[in-house]
Ligand binder design. Structure first.
Ligand SMILES: Nc1ncnc2c1ncn2[C@@H]1O[C@H](COP(=O)(O)OP(=O)(O)OP(=O)(O)O)[C@@H](O)[C@H]1O
Ligand SMILES: [Mg+2]
Length: 368
């Protein structure tokens, strides 16, 4: 068996978990590289916690295997897996001080001289001066860091984090995201972080896996999957996107020409999962430019364009978010940086345009 603390890949192979005739985790196969910060992102009920519980050994898979390095740990007892978990409710021992909370795992293993490693862990999470306080005397974010220290002191090969920041307010949550990322970089342990917050997943992780109904829809570096989503679910769950359904009518160079309500659009063939037939075009709100319909002559010829009417303008400081009702009756979102103070108003007739290379093409989801 591998030594504790060694960095190894975690592999899930055809992992299935059924509860009666409901399949919560559906044939999951993925490799989480050793030492990476991996985020499992998906909506409530998609199977994230169930996946983590199987990795931790708290739930037996219906079928499939879990491997850490070359060791099959599918049937290994939880405490023998070199896997530790931090849950959303990070239940610290209220009667023990912070030092003893962190020392707990070492004492349980019969280790006598705990002060070196415990102080090292407290320094890592920047709580050295609070060692003698009780958990109730710490803020939520501080308690959360104690929970991380308490898990990391066991030198797990993999640390599982199930919505660990869920109980924190937004500002503290953002701070802790940066803090957790720093801790992970410093210790080099594989972190598997479960969240349904897409911004959190993108901020923290090297690799994000987007999960839907027990399956991974897409996996990759945050910038890559944001730039080029492969399914309509990913396009909408990871950030926002605008879309219109159409039909491929031909090609022009490296672009597909797509006929859709509102006109004809160019999509790079390499950015489309479909090369013919029905297709869903997508583009992110910040890639769009918006101008009054009267200035449409100034739109570059090569740009894709659509026309519509502003239905809402919300000024957020750095940008303005416009909702535009297109001529074919879909509501599109446009994020426009505030470089001028001349905002468009609800009721204004506008042209929306964008460079074709920002467009992506997807299979039309069944039901549309
Ligand atoms: N012990 C169980 N018995 C029956 N169904 C279960 C059991 N545990 C989980 N489920 C179901 O499996 C599905 C996945 O649950 P899971 O807890 O993995 O979701 P999740 O992705 O973690 O969601 P959330 O973001 O809300 O925590 C859900 O539909 C849930 O109701
Ligand atoms: Mg969950």
């Amino acid at each position: 068996m591998a030594a504790s603390g060694e960095v190894q890949d975690l592999r899930l192979v055809n992992l299935v978990k059924s509860f009666g005739d409901f399949t919560a985790v559906d044939d999951l196969t993925l490799t989480i590289p050793g030492g990476s910060f991996f985020a499992l992102l998906g909506p409530s009920g998609c199977g994230k916690t169930t996946t983590l519980r199987m990795v931790a050994g708290l739930e037996a898979p219906t079928s499939g295997n879990i491997l850490l390095g070359d060791t099959d740990i599918t049937n290994e007892k939880p405490y023998k897996r070199y896997v530790n978990t931090v849950f959303q409710s990070y239940a610290l021992f209220p009667h023990l001080d912070i030092f003893e909370n962190v020392a707990f795992g070492l004492r349980r293993r019969g280790i006598k001289d705990v002060s070196g490693p415990v102080n090292e862990m407290l320094d890592l999470v920047q709580l050295g001066p609070m060692a003698r306080r009780k958990p109730a005397q710490l803020s939520g974010g501080q308690q959360q860091r104690v929970a991380v220290a308490r898990a990391l002191i066991n030198e797990p090969g993999v640390l599982l984090l199930d919505e660990p920041l869920g109980a924190l307010d937004l500002k503290l949550r953002r701070q802790m995201q940066i803090e957790l990322k720093r801790i992970q970089t410093e210790v080099g342990t594989t972190f598997v972080h479960v969240t349904h917050d897409q911004e959190e997943a993108m901020t923290m992780a090297d690799t994000v896996a987007v999960m839907n109904k027990g399956r991974i829809e897409q996996m990759g570096a945050p910038v890559d999957i944001y730039d080029l989503p492969k399914t309509a679910f990913v396009a909408n769950f990871l950030g926002q996107s605008n879309s219109v359904a159409g039909t491929v009518q031909g090609r022009s160079g490296d672009d597909l020409i797509v006929g859709a309500p509102g006109g004809s659009y160019n999509v790079p063939a390499a950015r489309s999962t479909r090369q013919e037939g029905a297709i869903l075009l997508g583009v992110r709100p910040e890639k769009l430019s918006i101008a009054t319909a009267g200035s449409s002559a100034a739109v570059p010829d090569r740009h894709n364009r659509a026309t519509g009417k502003v239905t809402d303008a919300s000024f957020t400081g750095v940008s303005t978010q416009y909702l535009v009702m297109t001529t074919w009756g879909d509501e599109w979102t446009v994020f426009e940086q505030n470089r001028s103070v001349d905002l468009l108003q609800p009721g204004d007739e506008v042209v929306i345009h964008w460079a074709p290379e920002y467009t992506f093409g997807l299979d039309v989801p069944s039901g549309e």
